[in-house]
Write a protein that binds this ligand. Structure first.
Ligand code: PGA
Length: 217
C-alpha cells in the first residue's frame, strides 16, 4: 500500500487572521498519510506555533527559497531561515517559472540550498521532459493548462506522464497538481504511479482540504 501524500499550496493568499480561521475550522481525518501545507513566508511562524500547540498532523513548507546562502540579497529568504519554521521547500512551481523568470539553473541552485539546510524539497515540473535535480524527495507534475482552470487532467494521462518521470528518479514520491478537488482525488490516487496530489485553490478552504485527504486515504 502506498502512503498518500497531500500538499496544499496557498500561493499568495491569506493573512494571519485568515490562517487562524482556517486552523480553527480544520478537522483532518484519522489515518496514515503525509500532509504538508505550503504557506506564504509571513504565515509560517504563526502556523508552526498553532500546529505544535494543537498537535495537528500537518507539516509546513515555504513556496520558494533563495538560491543563495545568507548575505546581501535583498528580499530573499534563505533555506536556513525557512528551516526555523518549516520542513519543506517547494521549488520550480510553474508560476515561479512564468512570472519570475526562474530557469533550471536557478532552480537547481535553490535545491542545493534547501538540501544543505536540511529541508525536504517538493519539485514541480510541467511535463515529462523537465529536468529534475537529484536529491528531491517529492516531484509534482502540474500541467500548466490545468492549474486554476477547473479542469483536471484525466487520471490515465497524468499517470502516463508520471510513469515516465518516475524512470528519471525512481526513489521520489510523485504528485499530480492542477484543479484537484475532493471529487477528482480518488481516481487520481488509484493510478499506479500517483502517490498523492497538490491542490492549490481547494487547499484554501479547510473543509475542502480535509475532504481531499479523506477521499485519498
Ligand atoms: P490549483 O493549483 O489546484 O488551484 O489548480 C495547483 C497548483 O498550482 O499548485
Amino acid at each position: 500500500m502506498k502512503k498518500i501524500f497531500i500538499a496544499g499550496n496557498w500561493k499568495s493568499n491569506k493573512t494571519t487572521k485568515d490562517a487562524g480561521a482556517w486552523i480553527d475550522a480544520l478537522s483532518l481525518p484519522q489515518g496514515t498519510y503525509t500532509a504538508v501545507l505550503f504557506a506564504p513566508y509571513t504565515l509560517l511562524p504563526f502556523l508552526r506555533q498553532e500546529i505544535v500547540a494543537r498537535k495537528i498532523p500537518l507539516q509546513l513548507g515555504a513556496q520558494d527559497v533563495s538560491p543563495f546562502s545568507h548575505g546581501a540579497y535583498t528580499g530573499e529568504v534563505t533555506a536556513e531561515q525557512i528551516g526555523e519554521f518549516a520542513e519543506w521547500a517547494m521549488i520550480g512551481h510553474s508560476e515561479r517559472r512564468k512570472y519570475f523568470g526562474e530557469t533550471d539553473e536557478m532552480l537547481f541552485r535553490k535545491v542545493e540550498q534547501a538540501k544543505a539546510a536540511g529541508l525536504s524539497v517538493l519539485y514541480c515540473v510541467p511535463d515529462e521532459h523537465a529536468l529534475i535535480p537529484s536529491g528531491v524527495s517529492v516531484v509534482a507534475y502540474e500541467p500548466v493548462w490545468a492549474i486554476g482552470s477547473g479542469t483536471v487532467e484525466s487520471p490515465q494521462a497524468a499517470n502516463a506522464v508520471i510513469s515516465t518521470l518516475k524512470e528519471k528518479i525512481p526513489s521520489a514520491t510523485f504528485l499530480y497538481g492542477g484543479s484537484v478537488t475532493g471529487d477528482s482525488v480518488r481516481s487520481l490516487v488509484s493510478m499506479s504511479a500517483i502517490d498523492g496530489v497538490l491542490p492549490g485553490g481547494a487547499s484554501l478552504d479547510p473543509h475542502s482540504f480535509s475532504e481531499i485527504i479523506a477521499h485519498a486515504i
